[in-house]
Design a protein around this ligand. Structure first.
Ligand code: PMP
Length: 382
């Protein structure tokens, strides 16, 4: 027996054409969809390194929480290396970026405090904020004026939460201005670097390091499931923050730790990361080419979203869920995997194709994709 209400909600989504379903990527499609920006998830070099690291070791599960049997010298050495790499005092591993955000926001900002967060922030930040006893206000996406307005209602310790590279819009936060404001007003800036980790910075340390803002940022959430091609996450920041989280963050405490295989994959991915200059440069070139394409076809830039983007996440906006789904289907038939992002992942009316560029995509593939986008976007809007 299933409650009637659940069935009604599913039916409602189906009627709007936004019912979520699991899809297996068709084999052989050119990947313009995954978050494997640098191609590490399928890198034979990474596989070799991990196999060598794990050789002869049969410990599959971590056997408990980090605070009980799940800790290891290996995990602690990895955390020290992560802190060093990201120019932070300390790092604490979480099982995923989702867990890191929930663990951070539900424990660090407390009753009497205030969280001001960008409205386009990831669901995991919002879920952590919902679990927190602090009051919270969303400010308009990348809008510092609105942030200042909301700041008037703030009390206690004030946390400002943003992403460095936004996952669904592909634009970046005005980190410099945010850092200045936070410093001037004594606010704690928290930056989710899920999509910028590995991509920006001389060795892939993230956007905060690239911009030289590490001193002004209180905490960074670095995830490993995207450019690092692995899984898991770490909160990096002051030593006292690490100590606080391992004492009070329930998403860290009450869960089985990452298994050795995951730790070894993260370690190996970080070993490769600094050398991937060409991959990072190629990504920038692809982003530039997509930008030029949308600029040149001025009328079509309607579809590219408003913000300038120079990162791996690009968008193509079409009004109407049906038209978007059809476009994605047409692209798949032509050999390209590019998926529509629908409500409620993005606000209704702003559905878009999320086009993800990768170091392994060629300029030719991108040009083919662009031609298909032009060819198959409905003429009524042009
Ligand atoms: N933060 C952001 C900005 C994300 O886009 C995501 C994943 N989509 C997460 C956190 C969650 O990371 P993970 O997939 O490692 O749980």
């Amino acid at each position: 027996m299933v409650p009637e209400r659940l069935l009604r909600q599913l039916e409602n989504r189906a009627q709007k054409g936004i019912l979520r379903q699991l899809q297996t990527p068709a084999p052989g499609l050119v990947d313009f969809c995954s978050n494997d920006y640098l191609g590490l998830a399928s890198s034979p070099r990474l596989t070799q390194l991990v196999e060598a690291e794990l050789a002869g070791n049969h410990l599959h599960g971590a056997t408990g929480s980090r605070l009980l049997s799940g800790n290891s010298v290996y995990a602690q050495e990895l955390e020290a290396a992560l802190a060093h790499f990201h120019h932070a005092e300390a790092a604490l591993l979480f099982n995923s970026g989702y867990a890191a955000n929930v663990g951070f926001f539900s424990s660090v900002p407390q009753r009497g405090d205030t969280i001001l967060y960008d409205e386009a922030s990831h669901a995991s930040m919002k879920d952590g904020i919902r679990l927190s006893f602090a009051q919270s206000f969303a400010f308009r996406h990348n809008d510092l004026e609105d942030l200042q307005t909301k700041l008037k209602r703030a009390q206690g310790d004030v946390y400002v939460a943003v992403e460095s590279l936004y996952s669904m819009d592909g634009d970046v936060a005005p980190l410099q201005e945010l850092a200045e404001l936070c410093q001037e007003k004594g606010l704690y800036l928290v930056v989710d670097e899920a999509h910028s980790n590995g991509i920006y910075g001389p060795k892939g340390e993230g956007l905060v390091v690239e911009l030289g803002l590490k001193e002004q940022v209180f905490a960074r959430i670095m995830t490993f499931g995207k450019a690092l091609g692995s899984h898991g996450a770490a909160v990096v920041g002051p030593k006292a923050l690490q100590e606080f989280l391992l004492n009070f963050s329930r998403a860290f405490i009450y869960t089985t730790a990452l298994p050795l295989a995951s730790l070894a994959t993260i370690k190996a991915a970080y070993h490769l990361l600094p050398s991937l200059h060409q991959e990072r440069a190629h990504l920038q070139e692809l982003a530039k080419a997509y930008h030029t394409f949308t600029q040149e076809a001025a009328v079509f830039s309607l579809f590219s979203g408003k913000q300038t983007k120079n990162g791996p996440i690009q968008t193509w906006h079409l009004p109407g869920v049906k038209a978007l789904k059809q476009l994605s289907f047409t692209l798949q038939e032509a050999g390209f995997d590019a998926r529509p992002i629908l409500s409620p992942t993005v606000p209704a009316g702003t559905e878009r194709l999320r086009l993800v560029l990768h170091a392994f995509n060629t300029q030719e593939q991108l040009q083919q994709l662009c031609s298909l986008l032009l060819q198959h976007s409905p003429s009524v809007i042009l």
